[in-house]
Design a protein around this ligand. Sequence first.
Ligand code: IPM
Ligand code: MG
Length: 388
Amino acid sequence: MNREEILKQAKEQFGKLVEKQLDRNEKIKADKDFLDYDKLDKIIIGIVGGDGIGPAITAEGHRVLEFLLQDKVESGKVEFRVIEGLTIERRAAEMKAIPDDVLAEIKQCHVILKGPTTTPRSGDKWPNIESANVAMRKELDLFANIRPVKVPEKGIDWTFFRENSEGSYALGSDGINITDEVAFDFCVATTEGSERIARAAFDYAKKTGKTKVTAVTKANVVKTTDGKFLNTCQQMQKEYPGIELDDWYIDIMTAKLIDEKRRTGFQVLVLPNLYGDILTDEAAEFQGGVGTAGSANLGKRYAMFEAIHGSAPRMVEEGRDKYADPCSVLRACVMLLEHIGEVEKAAKLEKALDTCMYTEKKLVITGRDTGATCSEFADYVMETVKKL
Ligand code: IPM
Ligand code: MG
């Protein structure tokens, strides 16, 4: 192709992406109201196992939720639906991030407990399709990814509000190879997208009596999109006079999380998608690793709860999936219970998890036959709940 043809093709491709993003912007602006769970006759909880160690650990989350919500199931206020088929094999066979029938079933639920799903990348044995996680966050417009990390003995109590629908992820699978030599990816920020995550972070700070929100960007270099994100946080702060806004760059922030004097000062952190992805893995490491961290993906209509880690296919290949750590999923169950208004049950499960994981430690998960299975550990957690 000559220069003119290359340019024409690139403009056409870019034009299509712009159109899609303009449509998305209109859609998120029109979508104002949050679903009110109190007004529902019944809350439908979908259980989606995913793949790798997903089915094994998610089944334990399901068991614990059934145990805690037994009264609500009996009175018809809660229904569980197990949704099969979000496996890498099905996704690869259909060349779709989420098979249509699976997505339709998911959309009939109100909240989802989801196991990890394998994310293909160029060069592995799967076709390089979009991540199921990313697709689900987009499809259900789950714009706020909330990831708490706590290490009480070190004074660490952080809640991350990761923007979950735009930034470098919005077009992560839609980059363009302009020529064989020149590749483009894109980063997208909208005013509405930045406002809704900033508001979620400030509202949470206000509700929980925190005094500071920290925005983490690279607005000195990524000036347009990160600039909009930071600027939006600064504007939002004006609506929350009791709460201070701190402004950090992602590079120094990764360093400051290991600075023992500085890190205890962070409370609520709000970040664009990619920085949120990276920083929350680092943060979870202080608490015992990604296997211990749960996360909530919240939108206005749907909510999805999951571990923050991947599907660990190697554990399955080595026949060790039954020894996988269910704690991340059980932490996600705490957040799910809180979200549907079961605050007491959430507190009980959280307390039992703290006892089993940190203080009593009658059973230990090692990821191999030297430790407990995930089922044994879930039994231990439920026995502990009964004693509370
Ligand atoms: C996460 C994961 C996902 C992400 C992957 C599996 C696509 O790392 O939830 O943090 O990058 O968001
Ligand atoms: Mg991640």
